[in-house]
Design a protein around this ligand. Structure first.
Ligand code: UDP
Length: 336
């Protein structure tokens, strides 16, 4: 009889597990047979996003703020750092915590990974390009960020996070990966987080006018969540250490996007113009030639399909959630 080879399941720690991307990553890695440890302090995450996982033997949840020391007894093979507020209105309400989660929090996770000999992938962002002077944005563009602007707390923390991650790689030999994530959307976004897609969906479902900021000529390029998760998965298991853009290059301006939502939902909605927030980037589009080359990855879900799937999700939410205007109390989570 031949020898039986027993494969031990690998364990992955996912921070921000109750958030939009974190919860989809938990689903994906459980589906792939991993033991998943999810960590979140629920500051912007939602317990509903992971409720379906709590009874799964392969899932363990730890309520913890990653800016505090992280102690885990199990062996850990991989770490995904996805904890962070991710919406401009959150940065304004919790600026110091936004800075801490990608600096002190990331430091804690890199230290944990070093001690466990684990590979780390950090969620970086297109925001590190700021209001870009190059279009589309390639990984070798250094960006145009105002350190002291309203978004500076997020952008600079993410830039610091990239620097810290590369330092851990170069100085300590930790295996690291950096994903620069462009606007991503899909089920489990927070309905009232102020970002354009959940905002338009909530307004459509309440039959309100869609709020277009400025004249709506600013552009974004929206990637459906399933495509993004596939890109993260491929990046984690690739050999590529430097940052990789992950996003969908299909660019659209916000006014055209509002009209697209109106036609896709088949609702008779008007548009209400509102002031453009300070330092709202004028254009944003990923150049994904690197991801195509090193990961053999590109998004495959067209915007109309993704938007309809997302709309179905928001439509199915309990009425109470839909009608409630969020007034999230962040104070119980943070000291600063
Ligand atoms: N936006 C808008 N109406 C809204 C919310 C956002 O016109 O109700 C615009 C916003 O000014 C920005 C774009 O949509 O130009 C994307 O905003 P979001 O907050 O989703 O993401 P980010 O600015 O971080 O890309």
């Amino acid at each position: 009889m031949g020898k039986e080879i027993i494969f031990m399941p690998k364990t992955i720690l996912i921070t921000g597990a109750a958030g939009f991307l974190g919860s989809h990553l938990c689903d994906r890695f459980i589906g792939e047979g991993f033991n998943v440890i999810g960590m979140d302090n629920y500051i912007t995450g939602d317990p509903d996003n992971i409720r379906h996982l709590l009874s799964r033997p392969k899932f363990k949840f730890i309520e913890h703020d990653v800016t505090n020391y992280i102690s885990i007894s199990e062996k850990i093979d991989y770490v995904l750092h996805f904890a962070s507020p991710a919406s401009p209105i959150d940065y304004l309400k919790i600026p110091i915590h936004t800075l801490k989660v990608s600096s002190i929090g990331c430091h804690n996770l890199l230290g944990l990974a070093k001690s466990k000999n684990a590979r780390v992938l950090i969620a970086s962002t297109s925001e590190i390009y700021g209001n870009p002077l190059e279009h589309p944005q390639k990984e070798n563009y250094f960006g145009n960020v105002n350190t002291i602007g309203p978004r500076g707390v997020y952008d600079e923390a993410k830039r610091f996070q990239e620097a810290l991650t590369m330092a851990y790689h170069r100085f300590h030999g930790v295996e690291t990966r950096i994903a620069r994530i462009f606007n991503t959307y899909g089920p489990r976004m927070r309905l009232n987080d102020g970002r354009v897609i959940p905002t338009f969906m909530g307004q459509a479902l309440r039959h309100e006018a869609l709020s277009v900021f400025g004249d709506g000529s600013q552009t974004r390029s929206f990637c459906y969540v399933d495509d993004l998760i596939e890109g993260i998965y491929k990046l984690l298991f690739s050999d590529y250490v430097l940052p990789v853009n992950l996003g969908n290059p299909d660019e659209i301006n916000i006014l055209d996007f509002a009209n697209e939502i109106i036609s896709l939902t088949n609702l008779d909605l008007s548009i209400q113009y509102k002031p453009l927030p300070e330092e709202d980037p004028l254009e944003r589009q990923p150049d994904i030639s690197l991801a195509k080359k090193v990961l053999n990855w590109q998004p495959i879900i067209k915007r109309d399909k993704g938007i309809l799937k997302t709309f179905e999700y928001f439509k199915a939410l309990p009425k109470a959630k839909l009608l409630k205007v969020e007034n999230k109390d962040f104070s119980k989570h943070i000291k600063s």
